[in-house]
Design a protein around this ligand. Structure first.
Ligand code: GDD
Ligand code: MN
Length: 395
C-alpha cells in the first residue's frame, strides 16, 4: 500500500514512499562489475548465434563478467529475433537492431557506444574467430602490457589453412604493407576483424573515424594520434560455420577508399570524389554511344545526343549504386526503378543548372572553357547533394 501523508492527494502519492514499496518487491540488483562487452556485428547470421554465445561462455567462464552485444542490420533471416530469443534466456545477451542502415564499421561503433563495460572486443559472428583468445586479450589490456590486442591470421603460430580464399590471403599481404605505413605500427594483420581495447579509448576515437566500409581496426589505429602499443595473438582462422561472407567482393576497393579518406578525404570528401569519378566515366560512355549512333548508325544529332544522355545517366546510376553507395545499395526491381527515376530527375535539374550557369558566365565574357567548367562543378555538386539525399537516403 502507498502511504498517504497530509500533503498528498490521491493522484500524486509521495514518490519516495513508492520507492520504498517498490524496493520490497523489486530490489535493485547488486552491482555486476561488468568488464567486457563482445560486439558481434551481424548480417544474416541467425544459425551462428546460439552456438557462438555458448562458445564464448565456455571460453571466458567466470574469469570475467561479460556481455554480448549483437548489432544486426535488420537481416532478412531473422537474426535480430534469434538474438532476442537468446536474450530472454541469458541476460548477458543484448541486441541492437538497426533499420535502414548498413555497414560493418558503423555497427561496431554503435556497439562501442552501447555498453558500460570498460573493455570492448569485436569479432565475426560466423565462428571464424576463436573465442578462446578473449581471456588472454583481456589480461594483456588490464596489466597494461598492451593498449589494443589484435588476433592475427598471419602472426607466427597462426594459421589460415581452413580458410578457402587464397586470393584474399594474397590481397592481405599487399594491404598490410600499406597499412603499416599508415598506422606506424608493426602489425601482421591490420585488417583483422577480431580485436579488443578499452571502451573509452575506442569511443574517444569515434568522432574522427571514417566509418566507411569494414576496416574498423585500421581506422582506429590510423586515427589515434600516436602509434598504439599492440599485442598480437596468433589466430587459427577457421572456415565460416554457416552462411556466406559479405566482404568478398570489392574488399580492395573498400581498402583504397579508406586510404583516400585518411589522406585527401578532408579536402574532397570520399563519396564526392567517387561520385565525380563515376561522372567522368559517364562522359566516356556518353561519347561512345554518341559517336556510334552518329557515325555507325547515321542518326540525327539531337536523337543521338538524347539517347547518349539517357544511357550515360543510367550507367552513372548503376555505377554509383554499385560503388559510391555500396553500403546503401538499392536492390530489387521496385527500389531500383524508383532510384533510377529519382536519379534521372535529379540529373535533369543539375543539367539545367549547369547549362544556365555556363551560359550566363560565357555571356559575361568569361573564357568558354572556364564557363563550361563552372557549370559542370555546380551541376555535379547539385547532383551529388540531391541524389545522395533523395536516391540513397543520406542526410
Ligand atoms: N551489422 C552488420 N552490418 N554486420 C555486418 C555487415 C553489415 O553491413 N557486413 C558484415 N557483417 C558482419 C557479418 O555478419 C560477420 O559477423 C562480420 O560482420 C564479418 O563479416 P564476414 O562476411 O564474415 O567477413 P569475412 O569473414 O569475409 O571478412 C573477414 O576478414 C576481413 C579482412 O579481410 C572478417 O574478419 C572481417 O572483419 C575482416 O575485416
Ligand atoms: Mn567472417
Amino acid at each position: 500500500m502507498v502511504h498517504m501523508g497530509a500533503m498528498d492527494n490521491a493522484f500524486f502519492p509521495r514518490l519516495d514512499s513508492i520507492d520504498e514499496e517498490l524496493a520490497d518487491i523489486w530490489p535493485v540488483p547488486a552491482p555486476v562489475n561488468l568488464e567486457l562487452a563482445i560486439i558481434l556485428p551481424t548480417f544474416n547470421e541467425r544459425g551462428n548465434l546460439a552456438p557462438l554465445v555458448e562458445r564464448i561462455d565456455r571460453a571466458i567462464g567466470t574469469a570475467a563478467v561479460w556481455e554480448v552485444i549483437i548489432v544486426d542490420d535488420d537481416s532478412r533471416d531473422g537474426t535480430a529475433n534469434e538474438a532476442r530469443a537468446l536474450a530472454q534466456k541469458d541476460a548477458r545477451v543484448r541486441v541492437i537492431q538497426r533499420i535502414g542502415r548498413r555497414g560493418l564499421s558503423s555497427a561496431v561503433i554503435e556497439g562501442f557506444c552501447a555498453t558500460a563495460a570498460p573493455y570492448v572486443a569485436v569479432m565475426d559472428a560466423d565462428h571464424q574467430h576463436d573465442p578462446a583468445l578473449l581471456p588472454g586479450m583481456l589480461a594483456a589490456l588490464k596489466s597494461g602490457e598492451a593498449e589494443i590486442c589484435v588476433a592475427s591470421r598471419f602472426a607466427e603460430g597462426a594459421s589460415t589453412a581452413e580458410w578457402a580464399a587464397p586470393e584474399r590471403e594474397k590481397l592481405s599481404t599487399y594491404a598490410n604493407a600499406l597499412a603499416r605505413k599508415m598506422t606506424g605500427v608493426e602489425l601482421t594483420d591490420p585488417m583483422s576483424g577480431y580485436f579488443m581495447l578499452p571502451a573509452d579509448a575506442a569511443r574517444a576515437l569515434v568522432p574522427r573515424l571514417s566509418a566507411i566500409g569494414f576496416k574498423i581496426l585500421l581506422d582506429l589505429l590510423a586515427t589515434n594520434d600516436r602509434a598504439m602499443k599492440v599485442k598480437e595473438f596468433p589466430l587459427n582462422f577457421a572456415a565460416r560455420r554457416e552462411g556466406e561472407s559479405k566482404l568478398d567482393r570489392a574488399i580492395l576497393f573498400d581498402f583504397l577508399a579508406g586510404l583516400y579518406d585518411k589522406t585527401f578525404g578532408k579536402v574532397i570528401p570520399t563519396r564526392f570524389a567517387l561520385f565525380g569519378t563515376v561522372g567522368a566515366a559517364g562522359v566516356v560512355v556518353h561519347f561512345l554511344v554518341l559517336t556510334s549512333l552518329l557515325f555507325v548508325m547515321d542518326h540525327a544529332f539531337t536523337f543521338a545526343q538524347s539517347i547518349a544522355v539517357l544511357v550515360a545517366m543510367s550507367f552513372n546510376f548503376w555505377l554509383n549504386n554499385w560503388l559510391t553507395y555500396r553500403d546503401k545499395r538499392l536492390t530489387g526491381a521496385g527500389e531500383l526503378l524508383r532510384g533510377w527515376l529519382g536519379f534521372i530527375a535529379t540529373c535533369a535539374i543539375g543539367g539545367f543548372a549547369n547549362v544556365a550557369i555556363a551560359t550566363f558566365l560565357e555571356g559575361q565574357g568569361v573564357f568558354w572553357v572556364l564557363a563550361a567548367l563552372a557549370g559542370i562543378v555546380v551541376g555535379s555538386v547539385w547532383n551529388y547533394a540531391l541524389s545522395s539525399r533523395f536516391v540513397w537516403g543520406r542526410f
